[in-house]
Design a protein around this ligand. Structure first.
Ligand code: ATP
Ligand code: MG
Length: 196
């Protein structure tokens, strides 16, 4: 499951857990993006901090792991590179790329989309506020799955922190504490963030 994870929240975790259980997956690998080219318009938290929050959030689940492939590869993240690197690490593993309805809608615009089909199956999960439609997607490669609806986004979590509103129960406790410890998402803490 790829994502910016800025920060990881319970929508990501519920979706991953549901797909894991329904498909009987051995492992769900969370892959925080490097420099996210789709989000060039805003300041993204340093990859190392997004990685650490993802580790904190997933540590208690024996089937959840976190991969550094995208944050260790220089330059912008492309899903084709992600899948190629994961495939090289797991040559005999059947892979499923888990993505939400909003991201799935963009899938056909991804660079190298035709080269991606042989590398993985694609699982599109429901997300509140976004229609899950398989229009234009190759049906044999993309499966759609309904997951418990969690109307949470990282954007909303960042906005709540900036406004001084609580984010308890939207993100795991350890992530709430990490955000507080490093003063993430507070406009006045922009310079402090650079020092971490
Ligand atoms: P942002 O608001 O910064 O875009 P986000 O909440 O959309 O953050 P991402 O890191 O962009 O989180 O998402 C990673 C993946 O998780 C995407 O495939 C996205 O569709 C999916 N996803 C995010 N939130 C949910 C949710 N609440 N339910 C289901 N899928 C989700
Ligand atoms: Mg998003």
């Amino acid at each position: 499951m790829g994502g910016t994870f800025d920060p990881i929240h319970h929508g990501h975790l519920v979706a991953a857990s549901e797909v894991q259980a329904r498909l009987g997956l051995d492992e769900v690998v969370f892959v925080p993006t490097g420099q996210p080219w789709q989000k060039a318009g805003r300041d993204v938290t340093p990859a190392e901090q997004r990685y650490l929050m993802t580790v904190i959030a997933t540590a208690s689940n024996p089937r959840f792991t976190v991969s550094r492939v995208d944050i260790d590869r220089p330059g912008p993240t492309y899903t084709l590179d992600t899948l190629t690197d994961l495939r090289a690490q797991r040559p005999d593993t059947e892979m499923f790329f888990i993505t939400g309805a909003d991201a799935l809608a963009q899938i056909l615009s991804w660079r190298g989309v035709d080269q991606m089909w042989p590398l993985a199956n694609f699982i599109g999960v429901t997300r509140p506020g976004h229609e899950l439609s398989d229009k234009g997607l190759p049906r044999d490669r993309v499966k759609l799955m309904e997951v418990p609806a969690m109307a949470i986004s990282s954007t909303d979590v960042r906005r709540r922190v900036a406004d001084g509103q609580p984010v308890w129960y939207l993100v795991p406790d350890g992530v709430v504490q990490y955000i507080g410890k490093y003063q993430l998402y507070r406009p006045q803490a922009e310079t402090a963030k650079e020092d971490v």
